[in-house]
Design a protein around this ligand. Sequence first.
Ligand SMILES: Nc1ncnc2c1ncn2[C@@H]1O[C@H](COP(=O)(O)OP(=O)(O)OP(=O)(O)O)[C@@H](O)[C@H]1O
Ligand SMILES: [Mg+2]
Length: 302
Amino acid sequence: VKERTEALEAANEELTSINEELFYQRKELEKALKDLKDAQKQIVISEKMASIGVLTAGIAHEINNPINFISSGTVGLEMQIDRLLSAIREYTNLSNVEKSREELDLMESIDSKYEVTKAIENIPKLIKTIHAGVERTTAIVKGLRTFSRMDEESKVFAHINELINSTLTILYNKYKNRIEVQTFFDEKDNVMCFPGKMGQLFLNLFINSIQSIEGQGAIKIETASDDTLNVFKVVISDTGSGMSEEVQKRIFDPFYTTKPIGQGTGLGLAIVHGIVNEHNGKIEVSSAVGKGTTVTVTIPKN
Ligand SMILES: Nc1ncnc2c1ncn2[C@@H]1O[C@H](COP(=O)(O)OP(=O)(O)OP(=O)(O)O)[C@@H](O)[C@H]1O
Ligand SMILES: [Mg+2]
């Protein structure tokens, strides 16, 4: 009986450990399943983005032409109106010296009937507003064109500073009146790269910086060309929440996020890491809790 009991106990122990092992494996499987579901979600999003990209590229291309008409039209219009305004001013001045009382009265009545003085004051302001609007629309269309070029096959030379500006234009709504964004650009910014992917890289990094800042803050973006090492460097610093050592160790892991469920996929920096690798570059992060984060991306210029 004693032997049987011992044997049973041993078997029981074994069963318990197998059970534990199974429990552990089930947990692993559940996690894998969740990761797969997340990945699938991401793939669906990417597919959608790709078709939106095609649509956007078409629209951006079509809008580009009429914007050019408006843009050159307003420049021409401004020149013509300037001439008219100068002529009107000269007429008015002439009147002071040479016109009779009656003529002066007549001119004054015309002025007040059509509110000429007011019009002369307002026209330059209106033209300025139109210019600003055209400039902004041009920037948005340029941004859209950058982001619709997602599935590039070969690298081309692109101006990184322009990519950064386009990305900032697209994100403007997320940071205006809240975050002061300063850029310090090195003009030698022509770099052999996949421009759409680089746009995606900046988008992910800027969004992270924007999201890390609660309320007011600042983001500084610096570019520098190192011709001796033949590399181009982009340094992004924010005054956001910063990260602990533990968080920093895991930020490039796919699906790692500290954001509430449903808010972040945790793929942003994994994608950034992939894009940096595709360019044979490197990415460095330095961060302190409560102080902010600095991300440095370095890629070969060609
Ligand atoms: N600039 C930053 N400041 C503070 N924390 C950051 C910054 N950038 C990244 N992190 C931390 O790294 C984590 C991972 O970033 P990642 O971009 O990969 O995913 P996410 O932003 O959480 O989600 P998603 O990018 O998919 O929306 C973030 O959850 C955040 O904790
Ligand atoms: Mg992110």
